[in-house]
Design a protein around this ligand. Sequence first.
Ligand code: FMN
Length: 473
Amino acid sequence: MGIVDLRGLIQALEAKNQVVHVCDEIDVEPDAAQFAKAALADPEAGPALVFENMRGFKGQRMVMNTLASWKNWATAFDVDENTTVYEKYKIMEKRWPKCSRGRVKFIDNAPCQEEVIEGDDVNLYDFPVFRSNVGDGGFYIAKPAIVTVDRDDPENLDLTNIGMYRVQVQERNMCGLQVMFDHDGASHLRKYEAAGENMPIAICVGAPPAVSSLACIPLNPDQSEFKYAAGLQGSMLKLAKTSAGLPVPAYSEYVLEGEVLCGVREPEGPFGEFPGTYSGVRNQCRVKITRITHRKDPIWEELYLGDGHAEGNCMSNLITCISNTEAIRERMPNEIVAVNAMVAHGMVLIIAAKNRFGNFAKAVAYNAASSSAGLGHGKIIIVVDPWVDPFDYEQVFTKMAFRVRPDKDIIIAPYDIGMGLDPSNDPVGVSGRVMIDATTPVHPDHMRDVQQIEIDTTEKAALLKELLAGLRG
Ligand SMILES: Cc1cc2nc3c(=O)[nH]c(=O)nc-3n(C[C@H](O)[C@H](O)[C@H](O)COP(=O)(O)O)c2cc1C
C-alpha cells in the first residue's frame, strides 16, 4: 500500500527525521519562503517544513518542501534513496508502463469534502497565502493540482486533465490563472470559450503526492493523470465529485471549486519564476471561486519558486524524463536509450542515443524538437552516445569537449517556439533553439582515425562493492 495522501507522506518523512516542525511564531511573509529556500540548499536530503504557528492564521498548519529533495521523493514513491539519478530513472522507466493501468474509484463521503465553505463565507485570504519573493505582484497558490474536463466528453477520465498552473489570489473569491497555450488545460479552455461558456475548474491544494507530481508531467491529452498517479503511488486512487461534477482526489486537503470566466483576461503577475527572474505582468484568465471544501484539520501546502534548486526538480522532472523518453522513442524505438529533462523542466534535453548511421544523432535532435517533449521546451538539445550517462554532467561536458566539431555539429534554429517564462524570448513564446551532436561520428560521417576506449568493470565493480561493504560494516 503506497502513500495515498499528504498526511501519509508527512508521516513517512517523520519516520526518517525528514520533517522540521517550526513551532515558534512566524510571519508567513517573509519567513515561510526564507525557510523553504534555506531547506532547498540541500537537494539530496533537505527536509519538509511544517509551520505550526503562523501569525494571523492561528490553528492552521502549512507544509512546504514535501517533495523538494531526493530523499523525500524516494520516500514518497518507494524508491531506494541510495541510488544515482540515472538509477532512479531506470527504476521509474521500468515502472512507467504499469503506471498507465493504475486504478481509480469514486467514493462517497470523501475526506476532502468533510467541511464546506460557500457563498459569502468564501474568502481566500483566510488561508496562509503569501508572496514568496519580494517582487511578486500578490499572494500565490503555487502548488495547485488543477482539474479541468473536456467540454464534449466531461465524464471521460482519460480526457480529464490535471495541471499545475500558478494561481494569484486577487480578491476574496477571485484569482488570476496562468495556463500556457501549449498545455492541456488551455485546450480545454479553448473549447469552453468557443461555446461562449465559463469553464468549471477544481483547484486542489495539498493533493496526494502522486497527483501533485503528475500535475506537472506533460502527458498526452488522452493519457489519464489520475490513472498514472494511481500507478505511481502503487495503490488505487480514490476520487470524489465536486458540486459541478469534476473528479478530484478524495484525499486532497482542500478543493477550491470555481469557474474560469469566459473571454475575461486581466493583469496577473509578476511572479518569481524558475528561470530565476520575475515573469512580468500579462493578461491572464480570471477564476471565480464559488465553494471551498476541505478535510478536518486541513494542511495548507505551498512551495517556493525562484533561482536555483526548487521542489519541481524532484517532484516532477525525473518523471518528465520518462514521459519525454516515451514521446521521443515513439518515432525511434530502437535508438533512444535515455532522456535527461532534469534541467529547467526540460529546457535542456540530453539524449543518449545510438547513431544508426552517420549524422543520425542530428535526426534525433530534430525528432526531440518536434515531439511533445520539445514543444516550448528543449531549447538546448544535446545528443550523446548510448554508453554516456546523460545525467552525469561531467561525462556530458567531456563529450561536448571532445566530440563536437563546432562547424559541423551545432545546429541553430534561429526562430522557433519558445517558453513564455524564458526572459530571452522576444516576443514571448518565440525563441531560438540550439542542437548539439556530441556523439562519435559513424560511417559515412567520419572523424580523424580515433578509437573509443572501452573497459569492462562489471565483475570488479561488484567485488569492490562487497569489499567496501565489509570495510564500512
Ligand atoms: C511548480 C510548478 C509550477 C508551474 N506553473 C505553471 C504555470 O503557472 N502555468 C503553466 O502553464 N505551467 C506551469 N507549470 C508547468 C506545467 O505544470 C507542466 O508543463 C504540465 O505538464 C502541464 O500539464 P498539461 O500539459 O497536462 O496541461 C508548472 C510546473 C511546476 C513544477
